[in-house]
Design a binder for this molecule. Structure first.
Ligand SMILES: Cc1ncc(C[n+]2csc(CCOP(=O)(O)OP(=O)(O)O)c2C)c(N)n1
Length: 1018
């Protein structure tokens, strides 16, 4: 830029004075904004509250930044670290016109100026701090320390953006700010923007000198050089010289920024030393002489209570010469208006600072595709966070072009088992990378390599506030480090929502793991589930807390969180191998409801309960399920209901939280008076707090009680009494029932446990090897049938060497199916209703009968039929759509060949089974299936079996043999052509239909073990 002229310096000084005048007016005045008449006491606010010391320095900075913006057409935002001087940004945005754009009633004339001055830091008006109400702000300057982190988050993925960030020299003493200087190691100079820190070295805090201001220039330069900054020092108190020095320094700084950006375009992988400015000016410069350059300028230099102080204020205000800066109407002088950048470059109107304007929804994958498949609940172990990582990897991939999603956490992504995200991206790192380093890259989208919860949180907030999406993950206990930052963000959201002009931004999402119940190498210090207690104090329209219990519920929860706006969502998840409880459909339904009964874990399907077992959180839920198995065994007549809570606020009344259940729904689940034994992830008092005022106060909560250090996982539960044995004892206690045998069992297990762990360092085998009791699942499978209908029991008849398989029991009559008559059979039924078990019983029957058959099997999940893969008679086992198509074509070719061959030839029997046909067949596939039906493939010994859990859009009316288990809607029953198939409420119950023959059946049960035994015997 050309050298600054004297005239220009004069204009800059006048502009600065106009800002200073407005800012002092904002503090003191209610009326007489242009001092057209002598000041009267009634013109002054009765109580003056706010800050002055930081204000003139910030006004100076704003004035000079505008000069650079205007000359260079820069895309810049302004962050006021010492934003307690909120009158500065308010004055600055008013003078440049953006304030009036947003608040049209605050006009740029005398009337508007009066309103502006009066509303500042005044009841019913605006905050005394830089705040959501301030145009162009993404930073509330009340709680100090986060300005640089916010600035860093703002410039990520916005390569043209410059965040000019004023850092108070007192603010710089806070931990979060002190660590934030390292942001320059995480900026990609090509694909991210620039943070320009301006250290406001005005020398004092509220009541003390600042540390940095008492260091020598050499010390300061060394400090900032060591931190990777190229510090420009501006040290002056005489206004004209100050303008000159600052203007020429800013010219150099912005030249350097330009050079860095240009260099970065051509040269990859370099780490620039970014420029910063140290502005050393007296605190409260331009204020009354006795307070300038002292801590006394920090807040209000003096209150106006009498004529003396009134005159002093008038003198001070007139020292800025408002009559020379504004015309009679209150309009800024024309030559000063000419200093203002055009509307598209005003910092107060930069759309980046109203992030909702730029927000693009995330493209989310179908989370169901990442869900864990299992045959029996509690039979598969998985690491929930690991599974989530696979989903998040695809969130990264799907949003790669938009570059609007990032993950933040303090050195814990791998520890928190989000390892799979690194299939899609890497960790942000713009320093040297050594051969043994892993996953680092200047292009990585995971901020992981800085151990600062503050910095990660601040960066995420900056990223969200500027219109992008993200997740912060953390050890549950250490998220407490940033409790206060979350509070400030919640406050920001509350005010923003009230404003109307701030558009909704993406929610602040937390995933907390490595939680209180997970004992690894860490102990007592790593146990604190209190973030939930903190969160419930926030506004109900903002906070959401979720406690998923397994991978599928975690996936559903996080998928939901990522689609929300203006919330703070907290999910608490397990990262260790844990049993999986809900299949994807159940997880979807349960998470949508947020609370519900687990019929399968309850006794008598949860009907007429004597006691409710409530649970929230993965570990408490596991213990309640284990307790339920014990109760079923020892107290078969006890009616109990297991209620699981995923969405914690469901417990609160609907008039307190939008997610809360109304009393009728709450009572329907928890009853009005039966004892509730509630097992909770966090501190028990929180459940009492949430359920305060509910009808049923017969509530007994177990949770974390500050017990347990380095010990076994189960001992943590025992010490805090959330373990299965204490739950069972609680059930006895609160129902008043006596069962000495059960009491004895629980107490002896607890004694054994204590002894065993200190001797062996391991949990007792009864706990370690505990598996969800399959017989309870079996019981459920055989509900309403006192007789067991096992496959074995149906083998009384000689079926050897036939193609006859058992269908099931109908009114004690055994029904069979001769599959030699079947060209195509269709089996429908929702997940978990018995459909796949029927296919299994048919296949094992055929194998037992020892018929020489060639099997062709397709199983997308690779679960239901996986045991048959590898058997010699299985000629093809398909798990993908393409492979299944190939297989179908092969069998179709066999059919066509057989038709063309002479009749009478001895063909080998072919059985083709496609489980979950919807995952496999396209239009061509269905055409081939139709051929098998119309050409009557059974004549050529080819038999097709298809199954689907959803028959909504399938046309299966023409299929000759049909079997339906419970379907989830009437419409599906109609499609299937089987009346009332949607009312078959017990798994294993089915309706078979062939021509006009309709039979209601209980189909045969075969356990996984039996299948394995049969197959290994072959
Ligand atoms: C985290 C935090 N601690 C304490 C305070 C109280 N406080 C408000 S202003 C201030 C001094 C700030 O000094 P500095 O950052 O140098 O700002 P300036 O001198 O420009 O006003 C303090 C301690 C605060 N707002 N935030």
């Amino acid at each position: 830029m050309s050298r600054i002229t004297k005239k220009e310096i004069g204009l800059l000084n006048d502009y600065w004075n106009a800002l200073n005048y407005l800012a002092v007016g904002e503090l003191y005045l209610m009326d007489n904004p242009l001092l057209k008449r002598p000041l009267e006491l009634s013109d002054v606010k009765p109580t003056v509250v706010g800050h002055f010391g930081t204000v003139p320095g910030q006004n100076l900075i704003f004035t000079h930044l505008n000069r650079e913006i205007k000359a260079r057409k820069l895309n810049m935002i302004y962050i006021s670290g010492p934003g307690h001087g909120g009158n500065s940004p308010v004055a600055a945005t008013y003078l440049e016109g953006s304030y009036t754009k947003i608040y049209p009633n605050i006009t740029q004339d005398e009337e508007g100026m009066q309103k502006l001055m009066k509303r500042f830091s005044f009841p019913g008006g605006i905050s005394s701090h830089d705040a959501p109400e301030t145009p162009g702000s993404i930073h509330e300057g009340g709680e100090l320390g986060y300005s640089l982190a916010h600035a860093f988050g703002a410039v990520l993925d916005y390569p043209d953006l410059i965040a000019a960030c004023v850092v108070g020299d007192g603010e710089a003493e806070t931990g979060p700010l002190a660590t934030s200087w390292h942001l320059n190691k995480f900026i990609n100079p090509d694909s991210d923007g620039i943070v320009l820190p301006i250290l406001h070295l005005n020398g004092w805090k509220i009541n003390n000198p600042t540390i940095l201001s008492r260091m020598s220039k050499e010390e300061l330069t060394s400090l900032f050089t060591g931190l990777g900054w190229h510090a420009y020092y501006v040290d002056e108190s005489e206004p004209m010289k100050l303008h000159k020095k600052l203007a020429s320094t800013m010219d150099l700084v912005f030249d350097e920024i330009k050079a860095i950006k240009e260099y970065a375009k051509k040269n990859k992988n370099f780490r620039p030393f970014y420029p910063m400015i140290i502005l050393d000016t007296p605190k409260g410069i331009t204020g009354p002489a006795e307070i300038v350059g002292s801590y006394k300028s920090h807040q209000i230099p003096f209150q106006v209570k009498d004529t003396d102080s009134l005159q002093k204020l008038e003198k001070w205000l007139r020292s800025y010469h408002p009559e020379e800066l504004f015309d009679r109407k209150g309009r800024l002088r024309a030559d000063l208006r000419a200093l203002i950048p055009d509307e598209d470059h005003l910092m107060g109107l930069n759309p980046v600072t109203n992030g909702g304007m730029l927000l693009k929804d995330l493209v989310l994958p179908n989370y169901m595709d990442y869900c864990i498949e299992f045959r029996r609940r509690g039979s598969v172990e998985a690491q929930d966070m690991m599974e989530l990582g696979k989903y998040l990897a695809d969130v990264f991939k799907l949003n790669e072009d938009n570059k609007n999603f990032r993950l933040f956490g303090p050195d814990e992504a791998v520890s928190n088992r989000l390892t799979h995200v690194f299939d899609a991206t890497k960790k942000t790192w713009n320093m040297t990378i050594r051969p043994k380093d892993e996953l680092l890259s200047p292009n990585g989208r995971v901020l992981d390599s800085i151990l600062s919860e503050h910095f990660c949180e601040g960066a995420l907030e900056g990223y969200l506030l500027t219109g992008r999406h993200g997740i912060m993950h953390s050890y549950e206990s250490f998220i407490r480090v940033i409790d206060s930052m979350t509070s400030q963000h919640a406050k920001w959201l509350k005010i923003s929502k009230e404003l109307g002009w701030r558009l909704p931004i993406s929610s602040l999402n937390y995933i907390l793991t490595s939680h209180v119940w997970q004992q690894d190498h860490n102990g007592f210090t790593h146990q604190d589930p209190g973030f939930m207690n903190h969160m419930v104090t926030k506004k109900a329209d903002t906070v959401r807390i979720y406690l998923p219990i397994d991978a599928n519920t975690l996936l559903s929860t996080v998928n939901h969180m990522l689609g929300t706006k203006n919330y703070i969502n907290v999910a608490i998840a397990s990262k260790h191998p844990r049993y999986q409880w809900l299949n994807k459909e159940e997880a979807d339904e349960h998470c949508t409801k947020g609370i519900g009964m687990f019929k399968w874990a309850s006794s008598f399907e949860g009907k007429n309960p004597d006691v409710i077992l409530g649970c929230a959180g993965d570990t408490p839920t596991l213990e309640v399920i284990a307790a339920s198995s014990i109760l079923k065994k020892y107290m078969p007549d006890l009616h109990f209901r297991v209620v699981n809570v995923i969405d914690l606020f469901k417990l609160q009344s609907s008039n307190k939280h939008p997610h809360g259940l109304d009393d009728a729904d709450y009572d329907a689940l928890f009853t009005k008076n039966k004892p509730i034994v509630f097992n909770f992830h966090g501190y028990p008092s929180l459940i009492h707090e949430l359920t305060y005022n509910r009808n049923n106060d017969n509530l007994h909560v177990r949770g974390y009680n500050e017990e347990g250090s380095i010990t076994t996982p189960f001992d943590m539960r025992v010490q805090n009494r959330i373990d299965r044995f204490h739950i069972v004892l609680d059930v006895l206690k609160y129902t008043g029932l006596h069962n000495p045998e059960l009491e004895n069992y629980c107490n002896s297990m607890l004694i054994k446990h204590k002894k065993y762990i200190v001797e062996n360092g391991l949990d007792i085998p009864e706990v370690r090897k505990w598996k969800y009791d399959e017989s309870t699942e079996l019981e459920k499978y055989l509900v309403d049938t006192k007789n067991k209908v096992t496959l074995k029991s149906l083998y009384k008849h000689e079926m050897k060497n036939t193609l006859t398989v058992p269908l099931g029991l109908s009114d004690k009559r055994e029904e069979t199916l001769d599959i030699s008559k079947v060209s195509c059979m269709f089996v429908g039924g929702a997940s978990g209703t018995g459909k796949s078990m029927f296919l299994n019983s048919m296949l094992t029957s055929l194998l037992i009968n020892n018929i020489d058959i060639n099997f062709y099997l397709a199983d997308a999940k690779g679960i239901e039929l996986k045991d048959y893969n590898g058997i010699t008679s299985v000629k093809h086992f398909a798990t993908t759509k393409e492979d299944c198509k190939k297989m179908l074509c092969k069998v179709h070719d066999i059919l066509i060949k057989r038709i063309s061959l002479e009749k009478g030839l001895e063909f080998k029997t072919v059985v083709l089974v496609i489980d979950e046909v919807k995952d496999f067949l396209d239009e061509d596939g269905w055409k081939m299936i139709n051929d098998f039906i119309t050409l009557q493939s059974c004549k050529y010994k080819i038999h097709i079996f298809l199954s689907s859990n959803d028959v909504t859009d399938l046309d299966v009316k023409q299929v000759e043999f049909k079997m339906s288990f419970d379907l989830s809607s009437k419409e599906q029953s109609q499609n299937m052509g089987i009346k009332d198939a949607d009312t078959l409420d017990s798994p294993g119950n089915a309706i078979f239909k062939h021509n006009n023959k309709v039979i209601k059946l209980t189909t045969p049960y075969i356990s996984d073990l039996e299948i394995k035994d049969i197959l290994s015997a072959l």
